[in-house]
Design a protein around this ligand. Structure first.
Ligand code: PLP
Length: 391
């Protein structure tokens, strides 16, 4: 049977009841800010209670070992030692920490693809303007013919002046998995790789120990379903001494772990609740989650592409997808005037929350496939789009 022609077995109602989405809204945008299950929220609340009951003991004296325990569990999930991990608030912060830590000279080049997340591109431009470096944006074509061609295109942007390559593991707008592992293998040793894994943990099996990337940052609030404010930066041993958090605090010069553990007084509960989110993934069965989300994304991709009669952005065999799929908005719907107007209309008229984006001269919408989604959610979106096409 062709990929994307069968829907996966949905998660049972008691699992879907862990999510608190409004019952009158079809939620197809898990990819932006995630969704925190009730049990993970309860674990974060419990941490807040503990911190509140004894703040000096827990924050003043014991925060490093408490974060150490959370990082050990995270390390077992993403691969590699806990010492390589620093908690950050979000992937944007992880990217900024690396950009500020890598020494750059005038004329150095910072490489990314045209699928780069806009906030990351802005951070690269800002750092380039400060240092006299130059941002080089290499196009990765859509429709994509697959991973081999993407690799060729990314490597085609490397020059003798390339100092840092910032490459997404899974892109935001196009929802595609880029050949990060192959890029890491193929880059010349003098080019540092910063992997933007914002959508990767929880969306695919990771072994960051095996990935030849000096820097990897990722969100945990998306597909790991940890509280917002939880993300990490992983730095390979050879580079750890030179990387500092965005916020310089007491522990400057004491090493990677102490510097990232203490970035000033803050609410540590999101980081401390990460093990509870990992336990939820284990409880549901991580393999099952991956299979469910991928199969649902592939099925929805085919449904929407065929139902709207548009060219797919990536192969229908799902070889470039994890748990999101991006589909072209049919040309006639540009009569809405702006992507915001179409997105708002889908929400107001049909109660569908789905991102609509302008990218590379075309309009796109992206569907997420999470454990709380059902096939009928995408059928409802298709119906809503078709009704708009009819007039
Ligand atoms: C590819 C990519 N990189 C970075 C980010 C930034 O994430 P955050 O806003 O949590 O920092 C996102 C957010 O969606 C993303 O999709």
């Amino acid at each position: 049977m062709a990929v994307g022609t069968r829907t996966p077995e949905p998660f049972p109602p008691e699992v879907r009841a862990e999510f608190r989405h409004r019952p009158d809204v079809v939620f197809l945008n898990h990819g932006s800010f995630g969704s925190v299950p009730r049990c993970v929220q309860a674990a974060q609340d419990a941490w807040r209670e503990r911190l509140e009951a004894d703040p000096i003991e827990l924050i003043g004296r014991r925060i490093a070992p408490l974060l150490g325990e959370a990082k050990r569990e995270l390390a077992a999930f993403v691969g590699g030692p806990a010492e390589a991990l620093g908690f950050v608030t979000n992937a944007t912060e992880g990217v900024n920490a690396v950009l500020r830590s890598v020494p750059l000279q005038p004329g150095d080049e910072l490489l990314c693809t045209d699928h780069v997340y806009n906030a990351v591109l802005q951070a690269m431009r800002h750092r380039a303007a400060e240092t006299g470096a130059k941002v080089v944006v290499v196009p990765v074509s859509v429709p994509s013919s697959g991973q081999a061609r993407m690799l060729e295109q990314i490597l085609g942007g490397v020059t003798p002046r390339t100092r840092l390559a910032v490459i997404d593991h899974v892109t935001s707008v196009t929802g595609m998995r880029l050949p990060l592992e192959a890029v890491a293998q193929a880059l010349p040793p003098e080019v540092l790789l910063l992997a933007d894994g914002a959508h990767a943990p929880g969306g695919m099996a990771l072994d960051l120990q095996a990935l030849a990337a000096p820097f990897y940052t990722a969100n945990l609030h998306k597909w790991v379903m940890a509280p917002r404010g939880s993300a990490f930066l992983r730095v390979a041993q050879a580079h750890r001494g030179g990387v500092h958090p965005c916020v310089i605090s007491h522990n400057l010069g004491q090493g990677f772990e102490p510097e990232f553990d203490w970035q000033g007084t803050r609410d540590f509960s999101a980081w401390l609740a990460v093990p509870a989110a990992l336990a939820f993934l284990r409880h549901l069965g991580f393999e099952r989650i991956l299979r469910h989300n991928h199969d649902l994304a592939c099925w929805a991709h085919r449904l929407l592409v065929e139902g709207l009669g548009v060219e797919p952005a990536s192969p229908l065999d799902g070889s470039c997808l994890t748990c999101m799929a991006t589909v072209q908005v049919p040309e006639p719907l540009r009569r809405f005037g702006s992507v915001e107007a179409l997105q708002a209309d889908l929400r107001a008229v049909d109660g569908i929350e789905v991102p609509v984006m302008a990218w590379s001269d075309r309009w796109w919408f992206r569907v997420s496939a999470a454990v709380h989604n059902l096939p009928e959610h995408y059928e409802r979106l298709l119906g809503a789009m078709q009704r708009r096409l009819r007039g």
